[in-house]
Ligand binder design. Structure first.
Ligand code: SF4
Ligand code: SF4
Length: 240
């Protein structure tokens, strides 16, 4: 038995609240996917437990969240705890990467990225829940190649923005045309994306599996996006 196997066996009996309905073998399989990620060896070298990452982490100030706990659980191969963190803690990270100042050379935010990706790719309940409110934004980004568009920022949705926001919203087109770069003279997209760039983005999302990731968390959204992209690619004479 290797040292790594020893660690896993030791933590097999770790008591972690909840998630008893998921077998240890399944949790182990998911952890295997995390470790198999090509970025993993560059993101974790061990942990001094110094807490510098926690001191730098903005999310740790506002939530019961600690990048140190995540780095330690992964380094110790505590499979039960890592599974719990994939279902809970990892969604508190704002992916700012302030934690890369780790003296051990770890990238706790990067480890969290990998944990999140495994959670999404395997349709974990936490991933569905975390992304539930973002389907409109994901649709916008992946169909237009731009982020949140001005016409999505309606006063009803942001009552805390004050009375001026209604005036801005009513005259959005005028405000946008007043901006110097012509690519911003649009309200239905964040900025104008030229056709070639958009097709390239579609191809990247198809071929890297980014589009397929959505299928595990929102099948309906995946179907709509696939149709939009395929149609536009076909119009341009590109088969996928
Ligand atoms: S990337 Fe995540 S864990 Fe790292 S400092 Fe930012 S919020 Fe904290
Ligand atoms: S800064 Fe690095 S070594 Fe220190 S607790 Fe965080 S992950 Fe561990």
């Amino acid at each position: 038995m290797t040292a790594v196997d020893d660690r896993s066996a030791f933590y097999k009996n770790t008591e972690v609240a909840g998630f008893d309905d998921v077998s240890y073998e399944e949790k182990e399989r998911l952890f295997g996917l995390v470790k198999a990620d090509m970025r993993f060896p560059d993101y974790l070298y061990g942990c001094y437990e110094c807490g510098i990452c926690v001191a730098a982490c903005p999310s740790a100030r506002f939530y019961d969240f600690s990048p140190r706990r995540i780095a330690q659980a992964v380094a110790r191969e505590d499979i039960e705890l890592v599974y719990q963190q994939m279902q809970e803690d990892v969604w508190e990270c704002s992916q700012c990467f302030s934690c890369v100042r780790c003296p051990r050379g770890n990238n706790p935010g990067g480890i969290i990225t990998v944990l999140r990706e495994v959670a999404v790719n395997n349709g974990l309940a936490s991933a569905r829940e975390a992304l539930e409110g973002y389907s409109r934004i994901i649709y916008k980004i992946m169909s237009t190649g731009t982020q949140v568009s001005p016409d999505m920022l309606q006063p009803d949705a942001f009552p805390d923005w004050g009375p001026e926001v209604k005036d801005v919203s009513d005259n959005l087109d005028v405000w946008r045309r007043a901006l110097p770069p012509e690519t911003l003279h649009t309200t239905s997209t964040g900025w104008d994306v030229d056709e070639r760039t958009l097709l390239e983005l579609y191809l990247i999302w198809f071929h890297t599996g980014a589009l397929d990731m959505i299928k595990e968390v929102d099948e309906g959204l995946h179907m709509i996006l696939q149709e939009v992209m395929e149609e536009r690619l076909e119009d341009a004479g590109i088969e996928v």
